[in-house]
Design a protein around this ligand. Structure first.
Ligand code: DOR
Ligand code: ZN
Length: 452
């Protein structure tokens, strides 16, 4: 007799680890129980995915949901609604909140707040400081802790571990994923004088200066220092938001120890046009650079060097962004627009669907050691996004669910759109509408077996 199960998804084009195949999916208790032949099952529900691509839900390992501290920008509920609308089923939230997440107690406070607030599954980073190593060690073993975030250069908030002598003990003491914002603080300080202050003295301070202030050398020096430390200590590191052509050979030569992330903003936008068009809405750290860097990042995506694409969803209010540069905060929202932008790139021929899935689900699962997520395979969570590759839609501010209410991509015409998001077998978004409630849970990690 046919076995009763929750759901089958029929007729879709599945992006599986063994290639793209037209097949059915059977789902029960939130897990994928069959790929291919589902004739043995009697499903309670059925979804027709004819003409749709079925891929693993996007795992966005880089979001700033701003809770606690900045409800005017975002909170866990609004940020994770935006995620679900954009085909994202898992997010890892950054620690530069107020207070910054630098202790086990503050991390636990985030897990408490997260209950019944998240529309997608989640993990949290703990933030490194020059003197919280014991907290980092205790926190990184906790279920749901995605890893450690370390800022080598100042950005939004005051988390900063600038010196090698401060970074090294953290790298020695900890074992989990160390995700690093690599901009060199001493270069930033010097450039502030040489670039920003001297321009201001001539009455010339505009956001076009941002990539001159936070120049390629700033990124290169930090990435080089980080890789030298990783080599010295034989310690794995994950370099966040790589932006320059110059960093790429360094990363490639050290692939045994170093994984890396690229953001859609650095692929889809370039200087100077982004600053002409968007002004300070395009201001972020590390900055949007000239198109030659974007082209190099695309090549690195295609040749396999890049492991993950994350959104660096970093909302600020329009009022904050309306101040005069450099008083304006850096960062832009992105969790909702990441997948549409990448799907558009697939249609434009810049990226294959297989590579997209590797960068947005299999890659994050591999780098962070996520259990049971990131691939369409039996035994994995049924976290899915159904995509209409032919659907043309224009990104609009009105569609944005983030509290900030804007996107740098307002007006961008996209071909390829997420039409349904499914979290552990539960549809949570259909046709740009949210379904259901905040059923997100903490992500589980492989390390939990090791560290208990
Ligand atoms: O542009 C950025 N915004 N870069 C960061 O490093 C932090 C982020 C934020 O939190 O606003
Ligand atoms: Zn970030």
């Amino acid at each position: 007799m046919a076995q009763a199960i929750e759901l089958v998804i029929t007729g879709g084009l599945l992006v599986t680890p063994s290639g793209i195949v037209r097949a059915d999916l059977a789902i029960d208790h939130g897990l994928i129980v069959a790929v291919g032949d589902v004739s043995d099952y009697r499903p309670a529900n059925q979804i027709d995915a004819k003409n749709l691509v079925v891929m693993p839900g996007v795992i966005d390992t880089h979001v700033h949901f701003r809770e606690p501290g900045f409800p005017e920008k975002e909170d866990m509920a609004s940020g994770s609604r935006a995620a679900a609308l954009g085909g994202v089923t898992t997010v890892f939230d950054m620690p530069n909140t107020k207070p910054a997440t630098t202790t086990v107690a503050l991390l636990q406070d985030k897990f408490e707040r997260a209950k019944q607030r998240f529309f997608v599954d989640y993990g949290f980073y703990i933030g490194a400081t020059p003197n919280n190593t014991a907290e980092l060690v205790a926190a990184e073993g906790l279920p749901g802790c995605a890893g450690i975030k370390l800022f080598m250069g100042s950005s939004t908030g005051d988390l900063l571990v600038a010196e090698d002598e401060e970074i090294e003990p953290i790298m020695r003491a900890t074992r989990g994923t160390l995700a690093v914002h690599a901009e060199d603080e001493s270069r930033l300080k010097a450039n502030k004088k040489d670039v920003l202050d001297s321009a201001a003295a001539k009455g010339e301070c505009g956001v076009h200066l941002h990539p001159c202030y936070r120049d390629v050398e700033t990124a290169y020096r930090a990435t080089k220092r980080l890789i030298d430390l990783a080599r010295k200590l034989n310690r794995r590191v994950h370099v966040l938001h790589v932006t320059s052509a110059q960093e790429l050979p360094l990363l490639a030569a050290n692939k045994d120890l170093v994984s890396c992330e690229v953001l859609p903003q650095h692929l889809a936008l370039s200087a100077p046009s982004c600053y002409d068009k968007l002004g300070t809405l395009a201001q972020m750290n590390p900055p949007i650079r000239d198109a030659e860097h974007g082209r190099a990042l695309w090549a690195a995506i295609r040749n396999g060097l890049i492991d993950t694409v994350g959104s660096d969803h970093a909302p600020h209010t329009l009022a904050e962004k309306g101040q005069a540069y450099p008083a304006t905060p850096s960062g832009m929202p992105g969790v909702q627009t990441m997948l549409p932008i990448l799907l558009d790139a697939v249609n434009a021929g810049s990226l294959t669907l297989e590579r997209l899935v590797d960068l947005t689900s299999a890659g994050p699962a591999r780098v962070y050691g996520i259990k049971r997520k990131g691939r369409l395979a039996v035994g994995f969570d049924a976290d899915l996004v159904l995509v209409d590759l032919k659907k043309r839609q224009t990104i609009r501010n009105q569609w944005i669910a983030s509290t900030c209410g804007w996107t740098p991509f307002d007006g961008m015409e996209i071909t390829g759109w997420p039409v349904m998001t499914i979290l552990r077998g539960m549809p949570i978004m259909q046709d740009d509408e949210l379904l259901g409630s905040a059923v997100g849970q903490p992500v589980r990690f492989q390390k939990e077996e090791v560290t208990g």
